[in-house]
Design a protein around this ligand. Structure first.
Ligand code: FE2
Length: 145
């Protein structure tokens, strides 16, 4: 996680934020731009998790989740189309990993969010951490090679 978090001094205290560093770029502009959006979503989830003044985070969590779901479907389709266009050999592996990410998003129990809102945000962050560190760095990186 520390790989893509930077410390910022804000109002006298340090906060972390998610930032897409050079090492996450796979070298294909269209895909890199889309991955950037994931970091933005992770950052929003993180800021919300750390917001001690928000009493009810439910609506914002649902908003992030809905956006994440729509974006994920759009991004994977776009990434797969690109791989098809270049006759990419590892397309099948990619499709399997993508399907798993979509499946976990579809299985999110919205009723559970209200039981523990911060726990739900941690789950979203864990999901994104997996994606960012495992999938992008290990699987997507190969597309640009
Ligand atoms: Fe991918």
């Amino acid at each position: 996680m520390r790989l893509f978090k930077v410390k910022l001094l804000l109002e006298g205290r340090y906060i972390f934020m998610y930032e897409m560093k050079q090492e996450y770029k796979i070298g294909i502009e269209q895909i890199d731009e889309q991955h950037k959006k994931l970091f933005e979503l992770a950052d929003r989830a993180y800021v919300l998790l750390k917001d001690e003044f928000a009493i009810d985070k439910y609506d914002k969590i649902v908003e992030i989740l809905d956006e994440l779901k729509d974006y994920t479907i759009f991004h994977f389709k776009s990434e797969e189309e690109y791989m098809e266009s270049i006759g990419y050999k590892r397309l099948f592996t990619q499709k399997i990993e993508h399907a798993k990410f979509i499946e976990s998003l579809e299985n999110v129990d919205y009723k559970h969010i209200d039981v523990d809102q911060d726990e739900s945000l941690v789950k979203i962050l864990n999901f994104l951490n997996d994606w960012l560190t495992e999938h992008i760095l290990k699987t997507d990186k190969l597309i640009g090679q």
